[in-house]
Write a protein that binds this ligand. Structure first.
Ligand code: P6P
Length: 330
């Protein structure tokens, strides 16, 4: 009897990264950065699980650069990521949703390959008080040697990402990661403290009658989105919305459908941030065979950024489902 080879090997995130690092010929620099993201996620997962017990739920009493109420765990998660990434030689600059300015960790000596890491440390943190899904989203760019000021290196379009991923802290802790060669999923096994690969080269279903957006904003959506919603509801679509991008995108990646954050009266350019929410999610969805648009005629990853905290419209998911939305917008 021959066993399914997929059940023969046990591949951890670390061994996966080392296997893949050959694609980068960077002496394992990127693999070291991924290990910093891995340890950060394990620490954050523990903090999230124990939040109520350790009395770190609720607001921190300050606003972040976006003018949003910071949760105590936003600050904790941000600090963990800054400290672990700061220790990695290969990291030149980090930028976070929680910090107005990027943190320049080290300048690039001639010839050395350095990376920029952008992240939303705890996306959807307002869900914490009600035990909802929350997540960490990260995007990795190669430092652009030609840019004058180091921080200008960050203002690269999403097509220049070398890696992207998220960690969803839900009933289990799962990381979705792409290094540009497809999307792999890793589950944190708390018994051994390692992320174990549970799915390779994930493909998003081509279609699924499901849409995900905050319908409370419906009356302020541009009319094309309202027409799409009328069409979808007339065609027996279901609606799913967790209010946390990582949870909504993970469901869309696995089950198919479309996730959107359209323009609203409150957020005329969309609410989600291009650099550390939309771009990494767009890379994952496109790598899984889906589509990720900022408008009917522009991919999210083609938007040339002018500010690290700029926002964008997001329409992403199964190719057929994104097409149905676009058809109503044009
Ligand atoms: P709304 C969470 O605050 C977040 O940034 C994303 O995770 C999520 O998709 C979106 O905002 C939810 O926004 O306006 O529907 O509450």
């Amino acid at each position: 009897m021959t066993r399914d080879p997929a059940h023969l090997e046990i591949v951890t995130l670390q061994s996966h990264a080392l296997q893949q690092h050959a694609c980068f010929s960077d002496n394992g620099t990127l693999a070291w950065i991924l290990s910093a993201l891995s340890i950060s996620s394990k620490i954050i997962a523990n903090k999230v699980r124990r939040a109520q017990l350790d009395d770190v739920l609720g607001a921190a009493g300050a606003e972040n650069v976006q003018g949003e109420q910071q949760q105590k765990l936003d600050v904790i998660a941000n600090d963990v990521l800054l400290r672990t990434l700061g220790e990695r030689e290969g990291v030149a600059i980090v930028a976070s949703e929680e910090n107005e300015e990027p943190v320049i960790i080290r300048n690039q000596a001639q010839g050395e390959r350095k990376y920029c890491v952008l992240f939303d440390p705890l996306d959807g943190s307002s869900n914490l008080d009600v035990c909802g899904g929350v997540g960490t989203i990260f995007s990795i760019l190669l430092q652009d040697r030609r840019s004058g000021k180091p921080e200008d290196s960050l203002l690269q379009p999403g097509v220049r990402q070398v890696a992207a991923g998220y960690v969803l802290y839900g009933p289990s802790t799962v990381m979705a990661l792409t290094l540009g060669q497809g999307v792999d999923l890793f589950l944190l096994d708390p018994a051994i403290g390692a992320f174990v690969r549970v799915a390779e080269k994930v493909r998003i279903p081509k279609a699924n009658k499901s849409y995900s957006l905050n319908e409370g904003n419906r009356l302020t959506f541009p009319v094309g989105y309202q027409k799409y919603l009328d069409w979808a509801q007339a065609n027996n679509y279901s609606s799913r919305y967790a209010g946390a991008m990582v949870a909504d995108v993970h469901r869309t990646l696995l089950k198919g459908g479309v996730f959107m954050y359209p323009p609203t009266a409150k957020a005329p350019n969309g609410k989600l941030r291009l650099m550390y929410e939309a771009n990494p999610m767009a890379m994952l969805i496109e790598q899984a065979g889906g589509k990720a648009l900022a408008s009917p005629t522009q991919r999210i990853m083609e938007v040339v950024p002018t500010d690290i905290h700029q926002r964008t419209v997001v329409i992403l998911g199964s190719g057929d489902e994104v097409d149905h939305v676009v058809k109503h917008l044009q």
